[in-house]
Structure formats: C-alpha cells, structure tokens
Ligand binder design. Structure first.
Ligand code: IMP
Length: 201
C-alpha cells in the first residue's frame, strides 16, 4: 500500500483523513515516522507555509507527503490574523504575553474590530500534496463574520467568535459533526481525498 506522510502531530487530523481514504493509502504522521525535529514554517502565506512543510519531508525523507496550514482572514484587518492565527496575541501590536494564547487571540481580534461594522471574515485551509515530485494544491474556504463577543464552549481557537454565513450559531455552539460537515478544513480535505481516491488503482 502506498505510504503518504501527513506532516502533522495532530491525532484528530490523522484519524479523520484515514477514515475518508477508506484504507486505500497508509497515511502516517510525524510521530510514527520518528520525525521530531521542528519543521520550519516561516513564510507569509498559507500556501508557502504548507509547501515549505511538505517540501521539508519530501527533501529530507524522500517520501510522498502532504501538509496543511489554516488561517482566519478578516477583511477590515487586511487579512489578519491569517498565517499568524495560532500566535496572534504574541505577535505585532498589541501583545498579551500574560494571557492564555487562545483567549489572547480572541481578545485581540475583538479589540481590533471594536467600533467596526464590517466584520466579514473567512477561515481558509490550504493543503499541499507532493506526490512523486509533483505538487498539488487543495483549498477550503468558509465565509462568515466575527461576532461582538464569544459564545459557545465547543471547538477550539477562534470558534467562539466565528459565525458561519447562513447560520445563527458560532462554530463553538455547533457539535463537532456539524462543524466538520461545513468547515474550511473539511472542504480542503475532501478535495484531497477525491484526488487520491481517483488516483488509486
Ligand atoms: P493550523 O494550521 O491547523 O495549525 O491552524 C492555525 C491556527 O488557526 C490554529 O492555531 C487556530 O488558532 C486557528 N484555526 C484553525 N482552524 C480553526 C478552526 O477550525 N476553528 C478555530 N480556529 C482555527
């Protein structure tokens, strides 16, 4: 069976994609491959970061692989936090070094949007697959807006302040199955899965 490395240590992402690929590929994470070095991720777009991570594995370990990168893009903030989503509260201005990163990230977004009517935003996920030296890109987008204050306890990251378009509940007020049916990551992953399932012989 063809082995493909997924450049992640996130067990949830690995389980999800294995299920969707119906056992046709052997998707292995970094831990299973014994790769514990820090993979650089120092570019300014999601595409470049995902490519950098996938190339790192391909060049150093000679294996087919894919990597993902996700960001929350807010229109009035010129696409911020974008590639800085994970550590937004620790970068730029202001910083909240004393706060839990997720709480700090949310606080920073809400403060920056305070007084603004335009609260349009989207989550965007990019996956880059390198297979036999060729690069393939898959993108998933969900449009929505940033709420005035956090609501909901489920989910992670910016879920409590992201209201997907056409819904009256934030991602954090949805159960995981419902979120996973419509999310940016689900869309990008399903494009990758379609591609791999078609390529399977
Ligand atoms: P990653 O590229 O999947 O590690 O995502 C980068 C950052 O984007 C995370 O640390 C979160 O802050 C944010 N993020 C990604 N996906 C989601 C999501 O589904 N909900 C809320 N925040 C997310």
């Amino acid at each position: 069976m063809e082995e493909i490395v997924f450049a992640t240590n996130n067990e949830h992402k690995l389980i999800e994609i294995r299920k969707l690929l119906k056992g046709r590929y052997n998707v292995v994470g970094l831990k299973e491959k014994g790769i514990d070095e820090d993979i650089p991720e120092d570019h300014f777009t999601l595409e470049e970061n995902a490519l950098q991570k996938a190339m790192f594995i391909y060049e150093n370990y000679g294996q087919n692989c894919f990597a993902d990168d996700t960001g929350l893009e807010i229109d009035i903030l010129d696409g911020e936090p974008g590639v800085f989503s994970a550590r937004y509260s620790m970068t730029g201005d202001p910083v909240y070094p004393e706060m839990d990163t997720t709480k700090g990230n949310i606080r920073k977004v809400l403060e920056k949007l305070s007084g603004h009517d335009n609260r349009r935003a989207r989550f965007r996920s990019v996956i880059v697959l390198i297979r036999d030296g060729k690069k393939f890109y898959f993108e998933g987008i969900i449009e929505g807006s940033i709420t005035a204050s956090p609501s909901g306890d489920d989910g992670f990251g910016y879920d409590p302040i992201f209201l997907p378009e056409g819904y009256d509940r934030t991602f954090a007020e949805m159960d995981l199955d419902e979120k996973n049916r419509i999310s940016h990551r689900a869309i990008a992953v399903s494009k990758l899965v379609d591609f791999l399932n078609k390529a399977y012989h």
